[in-house]
Ligand binder design. Structure first.
Ligand SMILES: NC(=O)C1=CN([C@@H]2O[C@H](COP(=O)(O)OP(=O)(O)OC[C@H]3O[C@@H](n4cnc5c(N)ncnc54)[C@H](OP(=O)(O)O)[C@@H]3O)[C@@H](O)[C@H]2O)C=CC1
Ligand SMILES: Cc1cn([C@H]2C[C@H](O)[C@@H](COP(=O)(O)OP(=O)(O)O[C@H]3O[C@@H](C)C(=O)[C@@H](O)[C@H]3O)O2)c(=O)[nH]c1=O
Length: 292
């Protein structure tokens, strides 16, 4: 199949690029700004025509959670309107749209892992813009997978793991919130899951579905930071604090663990435990693979 990957220089897009070199079954076409702006219907249509695209994987997004609170129009333009543009193009071409969304569509009031059918009531602009993007896709594209994930990190780009490694090397103590609970996800695992699903995708069988995917297990950002320091053997002491002691512009959900039963049962995926994946990512970084 011919697959277009948007936002290809981000964390997930870069992991897909790395994986694509090992896939003989598909032809991947990777695009990011400025060559492809997903808010341009003309450019999206042109590239899809040129490469005879059958699947679009949308990794493009506005992901700056705090900045989105003041940069509202930009967040909605990419996360809602860009998603709608891709959905319209997928419909026109009879193509599958694989769209990535977030645990931040939930308000965090639950105490059991969120299912795909649980109501979305996002707390901030980023979450609302991603939720509205999901809704546009459901309304427009007959064939789509909406895949919600959480706490992504990668050797590529900027993320919490790299921030902790940097701060851990500079400081002797670090305050990290312990009352926000979720699950980290190595973007390499998510990329692998997407490719594995696409290997088994039947393009004659239109399907609209929503799935949750993260690594296995549960932790707070504090636990995550603690594990990073331990595995990277950094002497920094991580101090657990409440969200109120670490003021941020956007409110984050206190609990955003995702229930992954649907994707595991339907696609027979084996998902690694978050600490195992963290160790694998750090190992890769240690071997000089730090990208961006
Ligand atoms: N990061 C996380 O923790 C999580 C992310 N997600 C979701 O997963 C997906 C992938 O995230 P991740 O890889 O971390 O994202 P990144 O922020 O690493 O990458 C997003 C990419 O999209 C590009 N982009 C931004 N605007 C446009 C546009 N208008 N047209 C085309 N490309 C654009 C960005 O370019 P530039 O950098 O130049 O702006 C960047 O290269 C996103 O949908 C995100 O919402 C879900 C849960 C957690
Ligand atoms: C750097 C730092 C962060 N924190 C807190 C802030 C925040 O609550 C949490 C994580 O910080 P970040 O800024 O990396 O988190 P954030 O940008 O909220 O990460 C989110 O990004 C979007 C795109 C998603 O979709 C989410 O799944 C999630 O990954 O850790 C500390 O407590 N101490 C620190 O020193």
């Amino acid at each position: 199949m011919n697959i277009l990957v948007t936002g290809s220089r981000g964390q997930l897009g870069s992991e897909l690029q790395e994986l694509s070199t090992r896939s003989d079954n598909h032809r991947f076409f990777f695009y990011d700004l400025p060559d492809l702006d997903i808010t341009s219907p003309e450019r999206v249509a042109e590239l899809c025509r040129e490469h005879e695209i059958e699947v679009i994987i949308n990794c493009a997004a506005y992901t700056a959670v705090d900045k989105a609170e003041s940069d509202v129009d930009a967040a909605f333009r990419v996360n809602r309107d860009g998603a709608a543009v891709l959905a319209a193009c997928a419909k026109e071409r009879n193509a599958l749209l694989v769209h990535i969304s977030t645990d931040y569509v939930f308000n965090g009031k639950s105490h059991i892992p969120y299912r795909e059918t649980d109501p979305a009531t996002p707390l901030g602009v980023y979450g609302v813009s991603k939720w509205e993007g999901e809704e546009r896709i459901r309304d427009i594209a007959p064939s789509h997978w909406i895949i919600r994930t959480s706490w992504l990190y990668s050797i590529y780009g900027a993320n919490f793991v790299k921030t902790m490694l940097r701060l851990g090397a500079e400081r002797s103590t670090l305050n990290v919130v312990a009352d926000q609970i979720g699950t980290p996800t190595w973007a390499a695992d998510l990329a692998g899951a997407l490719v594995s699903m696409l290997e088994r995708y039947d393009k004659n069988n239109h399907y609209a579905g929503r799935y949750h995917y993260s690594n296995e297990g549960v932790c707070s950002w504090y636990d995550f930071a603690q594990a990073i320091m331990e595995l990277a053997e950094l002497p920094c002491r991580v101090v657990p604090v409440e969200s109120s002691q670490y003021p941020q512009i956007a409110e984050r959900p206190h609990y955003s663990v995702l229930n992954k039963s649907a994707i595991k049962d339907e696609w027979k995926l084996e998902i690694p435990y978050w600490r195992v994946s963290l160790a694998a990512m750090l190992e890769k970084l240690q071997h000089g693979a730090n990208k961006g």
